[in-house]
Write a protein that binds this ligand. Structure first.
Ligand SMILES: Cc1cc2nc3c(=O)[nH]c(=O)nc-3n(C[C@H](O)[C@H](O)[C@H](O)COP(=O)(O)OP(=O)(O)OC[C@H]3O[C@@H](n4cnc5c(N)ncnc54)[C@H](O)[C@@H]3O)c2cc1C
Length: 85
């Protein structure tokens, strides 16, 4: 997408990008290895209360932006819960 076309959604971006490259893959699908969800749940179950560091990002779920948002929300909720009151 040309940066000028993205201006309504990302104001100011077109003026700040010096260079870019677009690559299009005809056939590609991200995946996660078997056992990934179990490992993520184990991490969450063992996370110390009020931990100063929380992991967040799409890699904790499936590599899509929905997962990034979901896991970011999880981390934010956890921080708020740990530091409330
Ligand atoms: C080619 C491609 C096509 C995609 N298409 C789609 C799509 O159509 N729909 C969709 O929903 N999702 C798509 N995705 C996936 C989507 O882009 C990701 O799921 C989403 O961007 C993940 O967000 P995130 O915040 O978890 O991680 P990121 O967006 O990767 O952000 C992580 C940030 O952390 C920074 N960082 C890393 N290490 C360090 C460090 N040590 N110190 C400081 N900063 C660091 C990185 O520079 C980066 O800015 C696509 C991804 C790719 C690569």
């Amino acid at each position: 997408m040309g940066y000028a076309r993205s201006a309504p959604w990302l104001p100011g971006l077109a003026d700040r990008v010096a260079d870019s490259q677009v690559a299009r893959w005809d056939e590609a699908m991200p995946y996660v290895p078997t056992g990934h969800a179990t490992a993520v749940q184990r991490y969450r179950d063992r996370l110390p209360a009020a931990s100063p560091v929380l992991l967040a990002g799409d890699y904790l779920g499936f590599p899509w932006s929905d997962s990034a948002a979901f896991n970011g929300r999880w981390a934010a909720d956890r921080l708020i819960a740990d530091h409330a009151g």
